[in-house]
Design a protein around this ligand. Sequence first.
Ligand SMILES: NC(=O)c1ccc[n+]([C@@H]2O[C@H](COP(=O)([O-])OP(=O)(O)OC[C@H]3O[C@@H](n4cnc5c(N)ncnc54)[C@H](OP(=O)(O)O)[C@@H]3O)[C@@H](O)[C@H]2O)c1
Length: 252
Amino acid sequence: MKIAVITGASSGLGAQFALSVDKSRNEIEEIWLVARRKDKLESLSEKLNKKTRILALDITDNENLSEYTSALKETEAEVSLLINNAGFGKLGNFDELSAEDNGGMVRLNCEALTVFTALTLPFMKTSGEIINSCSIASFAPNTRMAVYSSTKAYVMSLSRALRGELKERKINVLAACPGPMDTEFLSLAGIEKGSSHTFDTLPRVNPKVMAEKSLIASKRKKAVYTNRVFFKFYRVLAKLLPHSLVMKMAAT
Ligand SMILES: NC(=O)c1ccc[n+]([C@@H]2O[C@H](COP(=O)([O-])OP(=O)(O)OC[C@H]3O[C@@H](n4cnc5c(N)ncnc54)[C@H](OP(=O)(O)O)[C@@H]3O)[C@@H](O)[C@H]2O)c1
């Protein structure tokens, strides 16, 4: 049985990934929805045509993760698409944010994504796909989002290296890099009108479009996908200019 596993599926981009996989991926027989809020996963599941499995798990918790690996073993599932999407960020200087938030971003965005991938890979055969939700914040360091942008730089670096390693197994790894999307992410990050001039003025990315186009880019075996010309241009600038300058231009 070919399955897609999506972490952070209870809201925002993850829910859009689920809807888009349901619509566009004929080869997938079942979608596994992973996040902590079971009720949200259940109501998403009702909107999907494909069979689903709900895994209400905190992926930073090793005991919770053993439930995931047991499910993989019991069903003898073949994961043909893994979308590592769960993540959060916090706006604020490093020394203003709590140790729990600073460490929590590393635990979820980096450690849990890494562990989840390692647990899943043995259940992937050839021609599989991994999509990692990264961010435009991975392109250069960002003040007032120091830890968040560092976690996404890790996701970018891991995605590229893993893509190289998994070429032999014909598994593609895509770093999907959205700009700001109006999801729960922004309020959880403490980003509201007036809290950051940059966020107030940046164009918004539509999560539905981001999910659909990331899936197309993944199918085409791309390494990185960024939505909207504005952010594609930023990505080029961040490659060409010294990061000290990019940081000033993109100061939040
Ligand atoms: N929105 C933006 O502006 C933006 C921009 C660039 C990149 N991104 C990235 O895009 C991804 C999706 O973000 P989003 O905008 O869709 O935000 P969101 O709506 O807040 O979604 C985050 C998802 O992660 C899940 N999650 C959080 N902690 C978890 C945990 N410990 N275990 C399992 N699941 C957990 C949440 O579900 P539960 O609370 O139910 O667990 C939720 O489904 C993230 O990686 C984010 O960094 C977002």
